[in-house]
Design a protein around this ligand. Structure first.
Ligand SMILES: *[C@@H]1O[C@H](CO)[C@@H](O)[C@H](O)[C@H]1NC(C)=O
Ligand SMILES: *[C@@H]1O[C@H](CO)[C@@H](O)[C@H](O)[C@H]1NC(C)=O
Length: 188
């Protein structure tokens, strides 16, 4: 009985921990969060702030890449590196679109609300590796080559075994007799 109770307590604590933790992260993500994706040669980052009233900085590897001033009376944004930054006060999303260069091909991004305020989680944005899509195109010729080699070797085996049986059939004794007959025929 005692061990059952201990087990039940442990289970309760575990479940509570999981629930509390997930609630904590979702709460944190609700305040300020960032997401990013790559489309062709452009990188798009969207920073969402639940309660947007201060400046928003979008950070690339902890350095400010673009920012919007407090949105009063209206949002004013600029980008340090020729990005395209816009802010939507209906959704409280700040969107930055930058050209994808080598430095941004695989990079860490975050955003911040207020000059020393809340920070979002740092996310890693990277171009999807399309080696997996390259593999089948490499695999196909390889498979074809394998089939060709297998066919050729099977063919060779057949030919060789045929030759061997031919040679075996040509028994030296019978061949000698035949030659003798031939010889006799030419003589007579
Ligand atoms: C955006 O932020 C403002 C200012 O804090 C808030 O009043 C408003 O409800 C927010 N809008 C959304 C859609 O979260
Ligand atoms: C990999 O992705 C790049 C950019 O999207 C594309 O130009 C290239 O053709 C792709 N390679 C393969 C093998 O799919």
């Amino acid at each position: 009985m005692e061990s059952e109770q201990i087990l039940l307590t442990m289970l309760t604590v575990l479940v509570c921990n999981i629930v509390c933790r997930s609630e904590g992260t979702s709460l944190h993500k609700n305040k300020i969060s960032i997401e990013g994706f790559i489309n062709e040669n452009e990188l798009t980052l969207i920073c969402h702030v639940k309660d947007l009233f201060l400046q928003v900085d979008i950070l690339h590897e902890s350095k400010c890449e673009a920012k919007c001033y407090p949105p009063y009376p209206r949002s004013t944004c600029f980008s340090y590196n020729k990005g395209d930054i816009t802010q939507n006060l209906k959704t409280n999303c700040t969107k930055l679109v930058v050209r994808l260069d080598e430095k941004k091909y695989k990079s860490f991004w975050s955003c911040q609300h207020g000059s020393n305020g809340e920070k979002s989680d740092q996310i890693l944005v990277q171009k999807e590796d399309n080696t997996s899509s390259r593999d089948p195109s490499l695999e196909k010729p390889f498979l074809i080559a394998l089939i060709v080699v297998a066919t050729i070797s099977i063919g060779l085996c057949v030919v060789i075994s045929f030759l061997i049986t031919c040679i075996r059939r040509r028994n030296p004794d019978t061949a000698g007799v035949k030659q003798d007959i031939l010889l006799k025929q030419t003589i007579t």
